[in-house]
Design a protein around this ligand. Structure first.
Ligand code: APR
Length: 236
C-alpha cells in the first residue's frame, strides 16, 4: 500500500478544456444527466446515450494534459510504490502525460473503452464511434457493448481499491472535485495529513478537516503540493 494517495476530479482537466460537470448547472454538455449517464439509460435511451459518449470520445481527441497532470505523472514515476494515483475522470489526460495503465485507477471508468454487458470484457476503441468498431456486438460472446463508464446509480467496483488505499495511506491529496459523489471530508478524517485543491469552496466539503487548503487553479497550486509530497516522502 502507498503512503500517499492522489485523488483527482473534473477540476484537474478544466484547464485542458474539458468542461466540469457541476460547474455547468447540472447539465453535462447540454444533456440532462438522468437521460444519458444514469443507471438504466442504456435500456430506456440507448441511442442517445451511445451518441453522447461517441461525442465525448471525439471531444477529448485533441485535448492536451496540463501542468498539473504532468507533475503528478512525474511524481508517480519518481515514487512508484509510495504514491497511488486515482481519478474520478474518464478522460485520458494522465495517460497522454505518460502514465501507464497499471499506474492509475479510473474509479468511474474510461472513455476510450467499451465493455460487454454480458461477459465484462473490455475493448479499447480510441476516439471512434461505438458502432464503427463492433456494430455493438462483443467479438467474444456476442453480447451487447456499452461505454466502460460507471453511470450514476451503478456499482463502482474500483471503490474497493480506493477504500483499502485510504485505510493505509498517511497523506491524501484531493484535487479538482466538488466532493458531491465521493465524501472527501471523510477521507481527510481517515488520514494523518490531507491536502485540498479546488477553485473555490464546495458545499459538500468541510475544509476545516484538511491540513492544507489551496483555492486556486490546479496548475498554480500543483508546484507547492508537489513540494509538500516530496518533503513528506523524503525519508523513505
Ligand atoms: N483547478 C482546480 N479545481 C478546479 C478547477 C481548476 N482549474 N476548475 C474547477 N475546479 C473544481 C471546482 O471548484 C469543483 O469543486 O473542480 C470541481 C469540479 O467538481 P465536479 O464538476 O462536481 O466534478 P467531480 O467532483 O469530479 O464529479 C464527480 O460526478 O459527474 C460525475 O462521475 C462524474 O466523476 C464525476 C463525479
Amino acid at each position: 500500500m502507498a503512503k500517499v494517495l492522489i485523488l483527482s476530479g473534473a477540476g484537474i482537466s478544466a484547464e485542458s478544456g474539458i468542461s466540469t460537470f457541476r460547474d455547468s448547472d447540472g447539465l453535462w454538455e447540454n444533456h440532462r444527466v438522468e437521460d444519458v449517464c444514469s443507471e438504466g439509460c442504456l435500456d430506456t435511451n440507448g441511442e442517445a446515450t451511445k451518441k453522447f459518449y461517441d461525442a465525448r470520445r471525439a471531444d477529448i481527441e485533441d485535448k492536451k494534459p496540463n501542468y498539473a497532470h504532468k507533475v503528478i505523472v512525474e511524481l508517480k514515476h519518481q515514487y512508484p510504490h509510495a504514491i497511488t494515483v486515482m481519478t474520478q475522470n474518464v478522460d485520458n489526460l494522465f495517460e497522454k502525460a505518460g502514465i501507464k495503465k497499471d499506474e492509475i485507477v479510473h474509479l468511474h471508468g474510461f472513455l476510450t473503452e467499451l465493455r460487454c454487458r454480458e461477459c465484462d470484457e473490455i475493448f479499447e476503441i480510441g476516439y471512434k464511434k461505438q458502432d464503427d468498431c463492433f456494430n455493438t456486438q462483443c467479438p467474444s460472446c456476442g453480447g451487447e457493448l456499452r461505454p466502460n463508464i460507471v453511470f450514476f446509480g451503478e456499482a463502482a467496483p474500483k471503490y474497493q481499491i480506493m477504500t483499502s488505499e485510504l485505510n493505509e495511506c498517511e497523506l491524501v491529496v484531493i484535487i479538482g472535485t466538488s466532493g458531491t459523489v465521493l465524501d472527501v471530508t471523510y477521507f481527510a478524517q481517515l488520514t494523518d495529513k490531507s491536502i485540498l485543491n479546488n477553485l473555490e469552496p464546495s458545499d459538500a466539503i468541510d475544509d476545516r478537516y484538511f491540513t492544507k487548503v489551496y483555492y486556486a487553479k490546479a496548475t498554480e497550486a500543483i508546484g507547492e503540493i508537489a513540494e509538500y509530497i516530496e518533503e513528506f516522502l523524503k525519508d523513505i
